[in-house]
Every structure is written in structure tokens, then in C-alpha cells.
Write a protein that binds this ligand. Structure first.
Ligand code: NDP
Ligand code: GDP
Length: 346
């Protein structure tokens, strides 16, 4: 019989699921990963970090209440990390109902299961800086007002409040991690960071023409996913459950991200023109690398998001380790190799 701790991670096939699995395995956990049923093998990120064979996989879909109940009953976890979500803000405008079902009601399904099966199970909810929306303050922290605009942000805000409700009403050790954007070589390719590193790498190796972007003046607080999963774990180890912001405290524009990524790939990116005619050009060859396509503008974009990790640093001892430049470099190098070998791993 297993005597150590068991963690159930929903959304284990995603970016954070892979990093968190590795982190918990290194600490001696039995890790059970929840994935939704798929017609194809979906464990490439776990394989990439060398942990696919070390975790147990169970089928869990957050839209199916009885499935959530049965899985938690079978696994008997000490800790549940709810990372499962329709996680793309852009897609939430096209699939607002589905986004709410998974990202909002899905969380209630898990919390109800915890309440019924074992209220001592500790719970982590993957909340998002997108809940702040067009923030008024320069930097957001746990006290900042929420005013989300996107269906994703609104669904995540419901999940945040229901997590607090189960903490206060039913005494569940339920934490809400309000995480600002975090990236890695395992980030989904539709997010702007990975889109930039993967498409510029393909362009470098002659596998595509100029790439297109939307709002390049948007600013985000981009950290490294591998650092952020440690913060999730620290929240569940604290004596008292709470809500914590994980962020770097620094905002960079999409423009700046592209600049640093291009440099790591051997380009010298300069911007020419304005508005829809603006172009990112390689100064060395005069080749156009980036064009603007309004297709990627959002109906209501959140222009700038910057967070203060002060509370997590003070109370949890959490520190991020990888700098912005090194993280972009790691992503660019990984995509350069995949494009060169024509071996897209994920
Ligand atoms: P990913 O998109 O990489 O992973 C999301 C995971 O959720 C995937 O495993 C996906 O499965 C799974 N999933 C989607 N729908 C369902 C469903 N109905 N039932 C069960 N599983 C489902 O996201 P990240 O790893 O980047 O993010 C993890 C969590 O953190 C998400 O909740 C995200 O919203 C949140 N978050 C992320 C931030 C970031 O910058 N990365 C910032 C703030 C919050 P499949 O592989 O089948 O698609
Ligand atoms: P988000 O912060 O969770 O929405 O993460 P994204 O990586 O999807 O988007 C970050 C910012 O980049 C948003 O303000 C987008 O409007 C902006 N952006 C600009 N061009 C693009 C693009 O081509 N794709 C995506 N995904 N975002 C873009």
C-alpha cells in the first residue's frame, strides 16, 4: 500500500501538467494524471520531460460530474491540482458556453466531489491574471479589483470565487493561484510567445514565409512555467489556504518578446511602418519576418497585465529563478532544433 502523498493533476497533458508532474515526482509523490479522452496519444509533453511512464493516467473530463466523482473516489488523492481548462482567451470568444462549462462549473464539480468524498483533500485552482481585465492599477495583487472582459476571464473568476466559497463555507484547504502568463518550450503554439518562437524558427529554416501577429503593443508579465508549478505546490503545503499572485513584476510587449526571440534565432529585427502596414524586418537581409493581421486582434483585449508576487514571496518563500531573456532563449533554441530537424515534438 502507498504510504506517501498522492496528487491528482487534472489537465496533466498541458504545459503546467508536465512541469508539475516532474516537480511532484522528484518529491516522492505518487502522481495520477487526469486526461480527457482523445482519439490520439496526447502525452508528448510528459514524454518530453521524461515522466510519461512514471505517472498513472486516468480519464477525467470536467464536464462530466459522475466521472469527476468516481475518479476522485478511486484515486483517493491527498492533493488535487486543477489545471484542466479551455485555456485560450482567444478561443473563449468563439466557445463561451463550453469555456464556462469547463473553466467555471468544472471547478464546482471537483469541489463538490471533495466535499462529499473527503473534505481533507487539499485543492489548487489555476486562476488567471485575465480575471483583472483592463486593470486600473499599474500592478495587480491579491487586493486588486477584478473586471474581466473575456469569457475566459469571467469563467475563471467564477472558479476563483467558488474556490473561496468552499474554503470559507466548508473548510476545504482550497487555494487560488492567480498566475500571470507563464511560458516554456512546452507552451501551446497558439499562445503568442510560442507562436513567435516556433514560427520564426520555421522561417529561419525555410519552412514558412513571414508570420502574422495581432496587437503587438499588448504587454504581459511573462514568467517561466517550471518556476510557477513550485508556487502551486507551496500553496498547498501552507498551513492555511489562501489566494496568491505568482508573477515576475515586469511587463514586456509582444514587440519586445519578438525582438528577443529573433535575436536568439540569429535575426536582427527592426520595425518599419505603422498600423496594419507595420512590419518586422531582418536588418541584415531586409527580409520581412512579421506582418500584422487584424484577424488576430481580439474583440476586447487586455492591454497590459503586471503582477506583484510580494505576498507569495513573503508567505510562501516562493522565488522565480529563470530570467525573461533566458526563458525566451530556451524557447527559441528548442524551436530552432525542432524546425531544423523537422521534428515537431508537440
Ligand atoms: P494548457 O492549455 O497547456 O493545458 C490545459 C489542459 O486542460 C490540457 O491538458 C487539456 O487537455 C485539459 N482540458 C481541457 N479541457 C478539459 C476538460 N473538459 N476536461 C479535462 N481536461 C481538459 O494550459 P496550461 O498548462 O498552460 O495552464 C494550466 C492551467 O493554468 C489552465 O487552467 C490555464 O487556464 C491556467 N492558467 C495558465 C496560465 C499560463 O500562462 N499558462 C496563466 C494563468 C492561468 P488536452 O490536452 O486534451 O487539450
Ligand atoms: P493571454 O494573455 O492568455 O491571452 O495569452 P496570449 O499569448 O494568447 O496573448 C497575449 C497577448 O498577445 C494578447 O494581448 C494578444 O492580443 C496578443 N497577441 C498579439 N498577436 C497575437 C497572436 O497572433 N496570437 C495570440 N495568441 N496573441 C496575440
Amino acid at each position: 500500500m502507498w504510504m506517501g502523498k498522492t496528487a491528482l493533476i487534472t489537465g496533466v497533458t498541458g504545459q503546467d501538467g508536465a512541469y508539475l508532474s516532474r516537480f511532484l515526482l522528484e518529491r516522492g509523490y505518487r502522481v495520477v494524471g487526469g486526461q480527457r479522452r482523445s482519439s490520439s496519444l496526447n502525452t508528448s509533453r510528459l514524454s518530453c520531460l521524461g515522466v510519461a511512464d512514471d505517472i498513472e493516467i486516468v480519464d477525467i473530463d470536467l464536464v462530466e460530474h459522475a466521472n469527476v466523482m468516481r475518479t476522485i473516489e478511486d484515486v483517493q488523492p491527498d492533493e488535487i491540482y486543477n489545471l484542466a481548462a479551455q485555456s485560450f482567451v482567444g478561443a473563449s470568444y468563439e466557445q463561451p458556453v463550453y469555456t464556462a462549462d469547463v473553466d467555471a462549473l468544472g471547478v464546482t464539480r471537483i469541489l463538490e466531489a471533495i466535499r462529499v468524498i473527503n473534505p481533507k483533500i487539499r485543492f489548487y485552482q489555476a486562476s488567471s491574471s485575465e480575471m483583472f481585465g483592463p486593470a486600473r492599477a499599474a500592478v495587480q495583487d491579491e487586493q486588486s479589483p477584478f473586471q474581466p472582459r473575456s469569457p475566459y476571464g469571467i469563467a475563471k473568476l467564477y472558479a476563483h470565487w467558488i474556490t473561496l466559497s468552499y474554503r470559507e463555507t466548508w473548510g476545504v484547504h482550497a487555494c487560488s493561484g492567480i498566475l500571470f502568463n507563464h511560458e516554456s518550450p512546452l507552451r501551446g503554439r497558439h499562445f503568442v510567445t510560442r507562436k513567435i518562437t516556433s514560427e520564426l524558427a520555421m522561417l529561419k529554416h525555410g519552412r514558412r514565409e513571414a508570420m502574422t501577429l495581432g496587437n503587438i503593443d499588448a504587454r504581459r508579465d511573462w514568467g517561466f512555467a517550471g518556476d510557477y508549478v513550485e508556487g502551486m505546490w507551496r500553496m498547498l503545503q501552507a498551513e492555511t489556504a489562501g489566494s496568491y499572485v505568482l508573477a515576475t513584476g515586469q511587463a514586456r510587449s509582444v514587440r519586445e518578446f519578438a525582438q528577443v526571440a529573433a535575436q536568439h534565432l540569429g535575426f536582427d529585427l527592426v520595425w518599419q511602418g505603422a498600423g496594419l502596414d507595420e512590419r518586422g524586418v531582418d536588418r541584415k537581409t531586409n527580409r520581412t519576418l512579421i506582418k500584422i493581421d487584424p484577424k488576430f486582434y481580439r474583440p476586447a483585449d487586455t492591454h497590459t497585465l503586471v503582477g506583484s508576487p510580494a505576498r507569495a514571496e513573503d508567505e510562501l518563500g516562493w522565488r522565480r529563478k529563470l530570467s525573461f531573456e533566458d526563458m525566451v532563449g530556451a524557447m527559441a533554441i528548442a524551436d530552432d532544433k525542432q524546425a531544423r530537424d523537422f521534428a515537431p515534438a508537440f
